[in-house]
Design a protein around this ligand. Sequence first.
Ligand code: ZN
Length: 346
Amino acid sequence: MLTPQLEELIRRMPKVELHLHLEGTITPRTLLELARRNGVTLPAADEAGVAALFRYRDFGEFLGIFMALARAIVCGEDFERLAYELGLDLAAQEVRYAEVMISPMQYINRGLDLREVIEGTLAGFARAEREAGVILRLALDYGRQYGPDRAWAVLEVARQTQPLGVVGWSIGGNEIGHPPEPFAPIFAAAREAGFGLMAHAGEVVGPASVWGAINALGVSRLGHGIRAADDPALMAALHERGVVLDVCPSSNLLTGAVATWPAHPLRRLHEAGVPVTINSDDPTFFATTITEEYRRTLLRLGLGVDDLCATVLTAARAVFLPPAQRAALADRVAAELGALRAELGV
Ligand SMILES: [Zn+2]
């Protein structure tokens, strides 16, 4: 149990979320509405049915459901709605800034115009920013299983839409059998184009995948990366190079990447000096929120208030905004956190 002061701190503290998939934020209600309007048959007929789908035995099953549900989203307007609803939801949780991923190959393979998808999403972000003040930016998370060759056309669309608010380039999808190294040339080009670089790694596959992501791809952030805790030399390298792990605690439990809460390595990583941030990944699919992840970090993962606040500042300093905007965000978050802690006496 947390004290009322800590509950209030978690609720009101300024938040920064760096690992969030737009498709995984859709509410069951919006999902059903879009599916009906777009004539897409879902493996569920009502909100309870959708909720029942979110019980996975493993990461493969999770990916399958994720892909099946994403089929309900078909046009730029749908993305605008999702992005706008997400922005309002995050603003209500005191999120000041979020970087949100979409999985471009899902849409390209279905014949959607990726540019329309991106423009719709960014229009929704802009509207949420105008109305609620939350800043949202987009990253493209390319599925490893599609191989490096098809990534070039996606990167080209990212380049064209960059001025609208695309800030990051990432790989995700199936980590098993798809090591990072073949993606090195595409990451070099993405860096050259001015994108921030990240990779999902060390979620399902062990330290080799994380070593590859930092050495061959040169990423400054890792999605999950928790398996780095298996390798002390790797933890030391992450600490020395300041590579940030965007950790998603509930996601790790529900996909089976971590067996139990006590087995979660977040605290070990933090104590080894690895920069970590706390994130929700796919809040709808994992029945969580960023606020709830902060709470679980205190309650179940053994981090203290100072540690939790440090993760928020780490996140603010690791965003893929231009340096002046990044510094302004970090200053704002630090000032707000300090004032709130003083007010609440925690
Ligand atoms: Zn992810």
